[in-house]
Design a protein around this ligand. Structure first.
Ligand code: NAD
Length: 348
């Protein structure tokens, strides 16, 4: 394919994962040249790869971001306009049983990328996907009603200046990467932006019990599995549908260097939901009774987390447009259309 000098290039790490795949399609449709890096360690990635092959043009590198020589060569050769760094070890549970892999992927992998940008591609903009887990268990008074936890002060959604308190190896590895990315921008004047995400869900997400709870619980309910609920099910998160997030990536790609380069991102107060509330919604939409069993709380699980998204709205004009209802309907339609594949990949 002939590429005009002006065609923009995006390099997406974790490029055949959930966020990566959705972003690849979006940027391709906007006329960008797409390059993807992934080690395909996540279930469902090979399925995403073959779907992408049928639908868009892109170049794929099957490599591990822990490999500095390989990743730095790619960045040095491509000099992408935008690097969207989504590759990651994503589960708190796995970080507790295997903290070394977690550290190598999240902390070292991210360091390899910013160091490559510093040395070989200083004009690349970097979006780094961080997490709400950097704020730990939160120092807030929490109440509860029958179905959910609530902050005692009604408007206590979490702002970017909330005290950091890395919790769990995952919190530490992501938190250290988050701080490196921020500091490389300060010290080396790189164009980086950190997004601390709450909970993102949507199509092409092969959710499992350890990561991607909304999609996982929807898939499990669809296939009549009995749900395992860790804790009392009143845990609350603000949830964001993937299309809204990808739209934000695109807004950032078009924005000149953002000085204030840190945002908490999620569905915000309007789009917050507990596990019990999700179960109720699913029972209505799937027209069935969902069976479940409660187990002990998982370590590092926040009782409630809701992002305050007023800063990103003020600076970039972005806010979520897809409601919880619409988002969950989209996920159910995707499951219906891909029943056999999902069954095979997730063994449900
Ligand atoms: N989905 C969410 O709700 C959420 C919330 C907060 C933060 N995040 C972060 O967003 C990023 C993307 O998450 P996702 O939901 O798309 O998950 P995902 O598991 O679908 O995507 C991550 C991708 O990274 C790849 N990967 C893992 N280790 C790698 C390595 N060492 N080298 C190369 N590739 C590797 C996996 O194969 C996978 O395709 C992750 O960093 C995650 O921690 C996600």
């Amino acid at each position: 394919m002939l590429m005009s000098k002006k065609t923009k290039k995006i390099l997406i790490t974790g490029g055949v994962g959930f966020m990566g795949t959705n972003s690849a399609i979006y940027f391709y449709k906007k006329g960008w040249k797409v390059f993807l890096v992934d080690d395909c360690s996540r279930k469902g990635t090979l399925n995403n790869l073959s779907n992408l092959n049928k639908n868009i043009k892109f170049k794929f590198y099957r490599i591990n971001v822990e490999n500095y020589n390989k990743i730095s060569k790619i960045i040095s050769n491509l000099k992408p306009n935008l690097i969207l760094h989504c590759a990651g070890q994503v589960a708190v549970t796995k970080s507790i049983t295997d903290p070394k892999t977690d550290f190598n992927t999240n902390a070292l992998g991210t360091f390899n990328i910013i160091e490559s940008i510093r040395l070989y591609s200083r004009k690349s903009k970097l979006i780094f996907i961080s997490t709400n887990k950097v704020y730990g268990s939160l120092n807030e008074k929490i109440l509860s009603n029958k179905k959910r936890y609530i902050f005692k002060k009604s408007n206590n959604a979490i702002k970017e200046n909330y005290q950091l308190d890395f919790y769990s190896p995952y919190g530490c590895s992501k938190g250290s990467a988050d701080q490196y990315v921020r500091d490389y921008s300060r010290i080396y004047k790189l164009d980086t932006i950190v997004l601390r995400l709450s909970c993102v869900y949507g199509i092409k997400q092969f959710g499992i019990e350890d990561h991607g709870w909304i999609t996982w619980l929807t898939i499990a309910s669809y296939f009549n599995r009995k749900l395992n609920i860790y804790g009392d099910g009143k845990q609350v998160r603000d949830i964001l549908f993937i299309d809204d997030l990808v739209r934000l990536f695109f807004i950032i790609s078009k924005t000149k260097k953002i000085k204030n380069n840190l945002y908490n991102i999620g569905g915000g107060i309007k789009n917050s939901l507990s596990i019990i509330e999700l179960k109720d919604i699913l029972e209505k939409k799937l027209k069935k009774k969902i069976r479940y069993k409660n187990y002990n709380w998982r370590q590092g699980d926040q009782k409630i987390y809701i992002s305050n998204i007023s800063k990103v709205r003020k600076d970039l004009g972005w806010y979520p447009k897809i409601s919880i209802n619409k988002g969950i309907e989209n996920v159910i339609s995707w499951i219906k259309d891909n029943e056999n594949n999902i069954k095979k990949i997730l063994n449900v």
